[in-house]
Each structure stands twice: as C-alpha cells, then as structure tokens.
Design a protein around this ligand. Structure first.
Ligand SMILES: O=C(O)C(=O)CO
Length: 319
C-alpha cells in the first residue's frame, strides 16, 4: 500500500509542518499563497487528509466532494468557526486544531492593542502627519491601566494569558464573563460577572471568545451603550462577535473611548472602510498568531494531528 496522501492548502505553509508530513506521507501543496474554497475543492478528491493553512470552509458540500478517502481534517488555527465539526465527525473523520501554541503570541497582541488604543497611538500618529505642534498639558490624554478594572469576555487559555501579562501594569481588578465561574479565574483573583455587570464596571473590555452561535453579533448597539464612556474595547477573538456598524457608531459618537482590533468583520477590511477612518480605532490585520516561532509551532502541531489521525491515534488537539 502507498503512503497516505495529504493536501496542504497554501504554498506559504511553514516548511517545518510540511517536512513532518513528508516523513510518512505523500504531500500535495496547492501552489497558491492563499487558495479559495474552489481551489481546495478542486484539489481535494482522493486525499486521506487535509491540512488547512487558511480558513477554507469545510461543510457538507465540501465533504461530499472530498470523497470517502478523507480521514483527517487539520486546521492550522485555534479557531474552528470555518469547520462544520459535528458533520465532519458524523462521517467518522477526525478533526484537529492548534490551540495553546499560539496563546502567548495572541495575548501579546492583546496587550499591544490595549496600550495603543488607551494611549491614543493612532490618533497621535495621524496628528503628527497633519503637522500638529500642540504640546499643551492636556493634549492627547489617555486612560490608565494602573488601578483600572479589566473585563475579559471569555477566560479561556488566551484570556488567561492576557490577564497574566496585564498584571504587571498594576491593574486594580480583573473581572470576566463566560459560561460559568472558572477555577483558573479564582486562581488569578478574577471575579466572575454577568456580561451586563462586566460592561458596567470595566474600564477595558477585552474580547477573547471564539465565534459561536451564542457570541455572533454579541456586541451590538445596546451592548456598547452599557459600557463606560471612557471604556477601551479590544477584540482579538473573532470579528463577527461584533456588529461592525454598531462599533463604528460607538467610536464615532464617543459612546466609548477607543478600540483596538486584531479581528474585524469583514476580514480583510476594505481600504476605504469606516473603521479605518476613525482616529480612536487601532486596527491591525489579524496578526494574533503571526510570529515566526508561533506559526512554525502551529504548522508542526497541525501536521502531527494528521500523522496521529492517520495512524489511528488520538490527535494532539482533537475537536
Ligand atoms: O488561530 C486562530 O484561530 C487565530 O485567529 C490566531 O490569530
């Protein structure tokens, strides 16, 4: 019997992952830096496993095209909102993702956005470009992390790492919301609150929750209206957790102070998008896990998930 066949969906995939696959598999790499759903559908029939370097949608139609050989779906991401996990598993196909190895990098980006938004970095840069010479004592004053209440929406592995990194800024109090109170929250002295209480009390609201049916569109006009006018909003989870129009209104009308966004809806943002015109929005193009080491580690875990699945072993991180 020949080696199992694995399809990798981007030619920009870190080599470490491909090399690991090559130790036991025949590997086809789609020769596109970013392949779309159609490219992947065209290439997938006959493969035993698929390594998703990007967010290809894996649903019933895709699985029908992939055919009966497919045994493992492995996404090189922690988030899996692009996968119909129940349908993949119903067909007896193993499905894996790459959490944990990216938590530190994503938490760093959350800290960066929190500081940039609260200290008006983007607005200051724009004013410099306009030739601003003002240096009065109350020019461009920001909001302190020191002594503040930081609210984390979704105290999972990433949320926890954000809290741990922010501690050294002498945050006054950490609060969080989610499905239930967590031991990990107790361990860092964070207080579990309802979403409404968190919104009312927090100086910083940091979204670190995945996109699910429950969280889709959670941050709407009514939710932004419950936040402090001085609040800084940060999203490193998924763009669609936020109603973008509502966020634009909240920032434009100063319902809230500022926002720092790694993720947006739509993504990528078109260059003429309203969010990019707001001085109080710091927006970056989904760079959470984009470090050399983290992307290598993610590729290795995604490849290992495939090797384990093809050998009938539990995946490193199985959904
Ligand atoms: O891996 C993911 O799901 C990410 O969004 C990393 O930023």
């Amino acid at each position: 019997m020949g080696k199992p066949r694995v399809l990798v969906t981007s030619s920009d995939t870190p080599q470490a992952g491909i090399d690991l696959l090559l130790t036991k598999c025949e590997v086809t790499v789609i020769q596109k830096v970013i392949s779309n759903n159609d490219d992947v559908r065209q290439a997938v029939p006959g493969h035993d496993a698929i390594f998703l370097s990007g967010h290809t949608n894996i649903n019933t139609a895709f699985l029908d095209i992939a055919g009966p050989n497919l045994k493992v779906v492995s996404t090189m991401s922690a988030g899996y909102d692009h996968l119909d996990v129940p349908e993949i598993k119903r067909r007896g196909i193993k499905v894996g993702h790459t959490p944990e190895v990216l938590s530190a990098a994503v938490a760093e980006i959350a800290v960066m956005l929190t500081l940039n938004a609260s200290r008006r970095a983007h607005e200051g840069r724009l004013l410099l470009e306009q030739g601003a010479t003002e240096r009065r004592p109350q020019w461009l004053l920001g909001r302190d992390l020191r002594g503040s209440t930081v609210g984390i929406v979704g105290l999972g592995k990433i949320g926890l790492q954000i809290a741990n990194r922010l501690k050294c800024f002498e945050v006054g109090r950490f609060v969080y919301t989610g499905h239930s109170r967590k031991k990990s929250g107790d361990e860092i002295g964070a207080v579990f609150l309802s979403l409404d209480d968190l919104l009312e009390q927090s100086d910083f609201v940091i979204v670190a929750t995945p996109l699910t049916n429950e969280t889709r569109g959670l941050f709407n006009d009514a939710v932004f209206a419950k936040m402090k006018q001085t609040a800084v909003f940060v999203n490193i989870g998924r763009g669609a957790v936020v109603k973008t129009d509502a966020l634009v209104r909240a920032l434009r009308n100063k319902t809230i102070f500022a926002a720092g966004l790694d993720v947006t809806d739509p993504e990528p943002l078109p260059p003429d998008h309203e969010l990019l015109k707001l001085p109080n929005a710091v927006v970056i193009p989904h760079l959470g896990s984009a470090t050399v080491k983290t992307r290598n580690d993610m590729a290795i875990v995604a490849a290992q998930n495939i090797l384990n699945g093809l050998e009938g072993k539990p995946l490193v991180y199985e959904l």
